[in-house]
Ligand binder design. Structure first.
Ligand SMILES: [Zn+2]
Length: 104
């Protein structure tokens, strides 16, 4: 039995990700408390099963990037409609800053 360190859900020993919240589980049988394993060490064999946390993060980034693209397209269409182009420049600047600081 592995207890999820994030939500406390009890999972069976053969699961690698919490069935409730998707958190990566550390098996107690391997004798590695979560803190001893370096964060950058890849969890190779089970990485692409189900919907791992890193895939979910990539998906959220994609959705966020798409939302910015839709906002930009919306402003561009509005500018074209009004024949008024100046609002496009601060919008592009603001979105570029957002993308830069959120590391999309
Ligand atoms: Zn959990």
């Amino acid at each position: 039995m592995i207890t999820c360190t994030k939500c406390g859900e009890k999972n069976s020993d053969d699961t690698r990700f919490c069935t409730r919240c998707g958190w990566k589980l550390q098996s107690s049988q391997r004798g590695h408390p979560a803190g001893e394993i370096p964060a950058d060490r890849p969890l190779t064999p089970f990485r692409h099963q189900g919907m791992p946390a890193d895939v979910q993060r990539d998906l959220k980034r994609l959705i966020e990037a798409s939302a910015y693209a839709v906002i930009l397209a919306g402003v561009a269409v509005a500018c074209w409609w009004q024949h008024l182009w100046w609002p496009l420049y601060p919008t592009v600047g603001a979105l570029a800053l957002l993308v830069f600081f959120r590391r999309l």
